[in-house]
Write a protein that binds this ligand. Structure first.
Ligand code: GLA
Ligand code: ZN
Length: 667
């Protein structure tokens, strides 16, 4: 098979009579489909009873794929339980936040601590690996599907206690200290007294309102590790039969419940499903792509799912406009995808996803607009060949993304329930991207030495040696930016016994004693930026830093809202309020221009530029026109558009169609 960006998607022919596969494959060929994700929801067929396995359907699917010269991403199928399993072992059904033990239904519903689930899921994965490890169609393993959800059953409670014993090395006093249990008389004298934090125990008004942040944080971490444990158990048995084929599971981008950074080392490659929120600006999926690329240190990832046309699960499910699918796909590639797959290849006839967009609809036609666009994109990808495979992003700007900070910020009582981690992080990411900077989205533990600029907005929880590594960035001449509600708590959510912003205070050259939090309608003018602040207003005292902008009203009028501190050869910038986007844009542009990181096309609103470097050193510039108007541009260097073969000389004008894409090989 030729080396190229993988193209295809979730394929469930087991839902159909065998003869439908003939038609499917005819259409796949017409659309340039080379990769099929199969078996995601076939547990009840492959194992109709505990002691009966039946691989007839999967055998046919894989054999047929091989005969057609297509490859498969083979799922272990352990995300949707068969009914017999739930009936026979009721422990596999989850207990929810309110303490209700569920009965059989839906999917993604197993208790991660259930021994019966573990045993049966790994047994199935082992059988599949044994049977298909050497199958010519096998390309990758897809364990489970979109891991997520929380369980509060007795098995999980016991597993949580075990997890805590390990974490605190059997020292209950260390746990009492970490969770600050003397508050409200919570000192534990026995591990058995510990309960999962739920509506029946520490929570009020839902999962974000807890009496003990430390307990809730640890339950988030435990849940990540419990589901990761399920993944690792399956991976281990696959590896026993198949030492080589890469293993992944499909993530969900910015998905709050699971800390994907804890998970990342165990994936052979990252993959994720992109269903951007309605009306999200293009930088929203871009941030998620960069987060996913950051999981494996910048290595390419797979776009495991996207819809060719519409979703079905939302109240309203708008159609992707002509050209949108192609634009979104090239955006994923521009940010590091080397596979572009759909959910789904053929529309389900019944149940809740029958109206979900598919490459092949219920009528099976090859002359629909969607099919034509899918097929045209297939030709684009075939034409690109291996030109972008394995390419890396040469970012000099890093954005720190931290699940612990996300959780700690959003489960905190005070200063404000209205600050949303993703929104603040996205505002800074958006500012950097719209200024033309390539951005790596990295964990707190990342090596920061490759970067000139490190953006670390709402870094609420600071752990390990991060503060020193940020200082080192500034010392050698880089710029570090952080914002309000950063540097507040340690890894257990205990406040730092120091001036705010705790371990970041010396780098920022400031001290904060007070902060004001106001309702969403209240707006604080920031005159120097001709901008506005909202939600939280920290009152900054200068301790070496200089004022960049101030608050315009109230008793803290004239006090610094944005500061800059010279530190070593570099700078530390602090933004003490939730600035509006134009304010964030100005601050970030000033930071980027210090390092000459402003791109050439920033005057073109809605034009996205992203650079990748192919393994042979070729520089590729992706230009993506996210608007409905043609973009009239001037070439910065001589280049060849790999999609059209057209050459442009440096300085020559060229036009990008509405929603148009260019993949320029620079000379
Ligand atoms: C998820 C799942 C798929 C399907 C799609 C529909 O990503 O993994 O099985 O349900 O959503 O959008
Ligand atoms: Zn459970």
């Amino acid at each position: 098979m030729t080396r190229k960006i993988r193209y295809g998607g979730d394929y469930n022919p087991e839902q159909w009579p065998e003869s439908v596969q003939d038609e499917d494959h005819r259409l796949f060929t017409a659309a340039g489909i080379d990769t099929l994700t199969v078996g995601v929801f076939s547990w009840s067929l492959t194992q109709p009873a505990e002691d009966t396995y039946d691989f007839t359907a999967l055998d046919r699917i894989l054999d047929r794929a091989a005969a057609e010269d297509r490859q498969v991403c083979l799922a272990t199928g352990t995300a949707a339980l068969p009914p017999w399993l739930a009936k026979k072992y009721p422990e596999v059904n989850r207990t929810d936040f309110e303490g209700r033990r569920h009965r059989y239904g839906q999917r993604h519903n197993f208790c991660p601590s259930s021994p019966a689930y573990r045993r049966l899921a790994t047994a199935l994965a082992a059988r599949l690996a044994e049977r298909y490890a050497d199958h010519p169609a096998l390309l990758a393993w897809h364990i489970n599907n979109e891991y997520g959800g929380v369980c509060y059953c007795e098995l999980c409670a016991e597993a949580f206690r075990g997890w805590l014993r390990d974490k605190f090395e059997g020292d209950l006093d260390a746990l009492n200290d970490a969770w600050w249990t003397t508050f409200w008389s919570h000192r534990y004298t026995d591990w058995a007294e510990i309960e999962p934090p739920s509506a029946l125990t520490e929570h009020w008004r839902g999962p974000d309102h807890t009496a003990f942040q430390g307990i809730t944080l640890d339950y988030f971490r435990f849940t990540t590790d419990a589901l990761l444990g399920c993944f690792l158990a399956e991976k281990e048995v696959i590896r026993a039969h198949d030492p080589e084929t890469p293993v992944t599971t499909n993530f969900m981008g910015m998905f709050r419940p699971l800390d994907y950074h804890r998970w990342a080392p165990h994936l052979d490659f990252a993959s994720w499903d992109s269903y951007p929120p309605l009306d999200a600006p293009p930088t929203w999926p871009a941030l998620a792509h960069d987060l996913m690329r950051g999981l494996k240190d910048g290595a390419p990832f797979w776009l495991m799912e996207q819809t060719p046309s519409t979703t079905a699960c939302r109240d309203v499910n708008p159609l992707r406009r002509p050209g949108e699918l192609r634009l979104a796909t090239f955006q994923a590639i521009a940010h590091g995808a080397d596979a572009a797959l759909y959910f789904q290849m053929r529309a389900s006839r019944g149940a809740c996803e029958k109206y979900h967009g598919a490459v092949i609809g219920h009528a099976g036609r090859d002359d629909t607009r969607v099919f034509r666009e899918v097929a045209a994109l297939g030709r684009d990808l075939a034409g690109l060949g291996d030109a972008v495979l394995g390419a890396r992003t040469p970012a000099r700007t890093a954005l720190v993304f931290d699940w612990d900070s996300w959780w700690a910020l959003e489960i905190s009582d005070g200063p404000s329930r209205l600050v949303k981690y993703q929104e603040v992080v996205h505002a800074y990411y958006r500012a950097a991207r719209e200024a033309g900077a390539d951005v790596d989205v990295v964990p707190q533990t990342a090596d920061l030495t490759p970067y000139d600029v490190v953006l670390a907005p709402v870094l609420h929880l600071v752990k390990g040696d991060l503060a020193e590594r940020l200082e080192a960035v500034a010392e050698r001449g880089g710029t570090v930016l952080t914002t309000f509600l950063s540097g507040r708590v340690d890894e257990h959510d205990r406040a730092f016994l120091a001036d705010v912003p705790g371990p970041l205070a010396s780098l920022m050259g400031i001290r904060i004693d007070e902060w004001d939090s106001r309702p969403p309608g209240f707006i604080q003018p920031i005159p120097e930026l001709e901008s506005e602040g909202r939600l939280v207003f920290e009152i900054v005292q200068l301790r070496g830093a200089e004022t960049v902008a101030t608050y315009g009203t109230d008793f803290y009028a004239g006090i610094a809202a944005v500061t800059r501190n010279r530190y070593g050869l570099g700078e530390g910038w602090y933004v003490a309020t939730a600035l509006d986007q134009p304010g964030v844009d100005q601050v970030v542009r000033r930071v980027l221009s210090r390092h000459d990181l402003i791109g050439p096309y920033i005057e073109h609103k809605g034009l996205e530029a992203a650079t990748r470097i192919a393994p042979d050193g070729t520089r590729l510039l992706f230009l993506l026109n996210h608007t409905e108007e043609a973009a009239h541009l001037k070439a910065c260097t001589s280049a060849t558009d790999l999609l059209t073969g057209k050459q442009t000389e440096a300085g020559a004008p060229f036009t990008l169609d509405p929603r148009g894409v260019a993949v320029l090989r620079l000379q």
